[in-house]
Design a protein. Structure first.
Length: 542
């Protein structure tokens, strides 16, 4: 009803009241007729009738406004309810409206499903047909008492609540908010948080393992902030720093670094952060409160925030003090061993030199040419062995011989001692710059001595021209090849190294067996001896 209609109604009611008043006056109080009381009322009656009409008009206006407001409120509530229903229907969050069921004493014993949304079905796997209008103890008989008690309290007291709980019936975790929309009813909004809870469980297990590792490891485990102050230290702090773990918190990690290592450690720490490194390693010395030094090897992981700022550094440090002590002892032992071996080489070299000199002196007193030749051969053999020890004495590696230098010195010395005057015989050398173990270099030197001596003495007629060449190469497959060739008269007929006649060839055959290689010999515009061997394992010279 519109406002003007309400006003018109008020006027009509006022007129009706005037007629009624005139009728009462005519019947009980006035001598006038009804028409006279209606058409010619007294002044007081005019004012009273006008006031009544005014009151009816005001009343009509007020009632009109109230009715209009109520109508609009109802329409707004209808619109909001429709929006609410659409929202509840479309959201993935579960929603349900229930009515609580009480026993005779007013205690909650059950509840009835009144309404659920699609999100409820998606979150629980239950359908509307299975639940609406049914009690929970019937639809879901394994429902725990917790749910009935909790929802009953909400429905009876009106106190909303939020919680997380696991349901055995559905075997899922839910985050729930429950409230009371009206007396003896409750509504719930919930989400399935099973995945999150399982992830939290795994994280918790991982944290427990990590905590167990930290507490049981024999290594030092620390966490420092981006300034180097301790945030966490495990039990190893007592051994490395001399402090309980709790006493280290807030102290600077650099305060325990050895003074000689502090600058280097601080520089490394700053560089790692400046270049946004995620991990790094460093070795330094730590000094505990009692002055004891610990050699530590650190492995560090650096964590940053979303802006790239370093938050903290997690580190595991191994105490390598014993390893360092063993290393120093080993170095000391090796130094002593090297000294002893050099001293032995020196004495052997000196003794061989004395022996060589004695043979040389004896040779000078011998007039027999054959005996003199034998003594010279012995002297050259001694020289080849003495030269080995001389080389070893002057090098840092007492097991390896540099072959080019050794063979050049040896061959040159033998050639010089045997070739006299204006000889036309020349010496040619082609030696690789390679290292050879002393147990192989020694037989090679003796073989060179025997074959070079034999070539100079027997390969060339008097005043004949010729060449003696020595070649020593390391081949691609790792084998070594020693070849001694001359351009002389060649090997004698019927020569067989398996049945040597002279001492020199017997020595060559014996040394070749020590090398465990392949020997080839032939006459090809002179005598050719070629030895091929591989240094698989060091051989021992008898």
């Amino acid at each position: 009803m519109r406002t003007y209609q309400i006003i018109l109604l008020g006027i009509l009611l006022g007129v009706f009241f005037g007629f009624f008043d005139a009728l009462v006056d005519t019947a009980f109080f006035s001598d006038k007729t009804f028409i006279q009381n209606v058409l010619r009322p007294d002044a007081g009656e005019i004012w009273s009738r006008s006031f009544v009409i005014f009151l009816f008009i005001i009343f009509g206006v007020v009632v009109s406004r109230i009715i209009t407001h109520l109508k609009r409120t109802k329409e707004l509530l209808k619109v909001n309810e429709e929006k609410y229903r659409k929202l509840i229907t479309k959201i993935d969050t579960g929603f349900a409206l229930h009515e609580i069921v009480l026993d005779d004493s007013g205690k909650p014993v059950d509840y009835i499903f009144l309404e659920i949304n699609k999100g409820f079905e998606k979150q629980t796997g239950l359908s509307e047909e299975d639940l609406i209008g049914k009690k929970v103890t019937v639809a879901l008989p394994k429902t725990e008492q917790f749910w009935i008690d909790t929802y009953g309290k909400v429905a009876l007291t009106g106190e909303a609540t939020s919680f997380e709980h696991y349901t055995e019936q559905i075997q899922k975790w839910y985050a729930v908010h429950a409230y009371r929309p009206m007396k003896n009813q409750f509504a719930v909004i919930f989400n399935d948080i099973t995945d999150r809870k399982e992830a939290e469980t795994e994280i918790h297990k991982s944290e427990e393992k990590y905590r167990e590792f930290i507490e049981n490891t024999d290594d030092l485990v620390t966490q420092v902030d981006n300034t180097g102050k301790f945030l966490m230290v495990n039990h190893k702090a007592k051994e490395i720093f001399g402090l309980e773990p709790g006493e280290c918190i807030g102290k600077s990690a650099f305060s325990f670094v050895h003074p000689d290592d502090t600058d280097e450690t601080q520089r490394w720490f700053n560089e790692q952060i400046e270049k946004n490194a995620t991990s790094g390693n460093i070795a330094n010395r730590q000094v505990d409160i009692f002055g004891n030094i610990h050699h530590m090897l650190w492995a560090t992981n650096i964590h940053y925030d979303e802006n790239g700022n370093a938050i903290h550094l997690n580190s595991i440090a191994s105490d390598i003090t014993q390893l360092k002590n063993n290393e120093e002892a080993l170095h000391k032992s090796l130094d002593e061993k090297d000294f002893l071996i050099n001293e032995v080489n020196h004495r052997v070299k000196n003794n061989l030199a004395i022996l060589q000199n004695l043979v040389s002196m004896q040779s000078s007193y011998v007039n027999d040419t054959a005996v003199k030749g034998y003594l010279n051969d012995i002297e050259n053999r001694i020289r080849s062995m003495s030269l080995i020890h001389k080389r070893l004495y002057t090098t840092t590696d007492v097991t390896q011989v540099e072959m080019k230098d050794y063979v050049t010195s040896l061959a040159t010395g033998i050639f010089t001692s045997l070739v006299k005057g204006e000889s036309e015989v020349k010496l040619e050398l082609d030696i690789d710059e390679t290292m050879l173990h002393v147990n192989y270099a020694t037989p090679c030197g003796l073989i060179i001595n025997e074959l070079l001596t034999n070539a100079i003495k027997h390969a060339f007629p008097v005043n004949a021209k010729g060449t003696v060449s020595i070649v020593f190469h390391k081949e691609q497959d790792g084998h070594y090849r020693l070849t001694i060739r001359d351009s002389g008269i060649g090997l004698p007929d019927g020569f067989d190294l398996a049945k040597p006649r002279g001492l020199g060839m017997k020595v060559v055959r014996s040394l070749f067996w020590q090398l465990k290689g392949i020997l080839e010999y032939k006459s090809d515009k002179g005598a050719v001896f070629s030895f091929r061997f591989k240094t698989e394992e060091p051989i021992r010279v008898p």
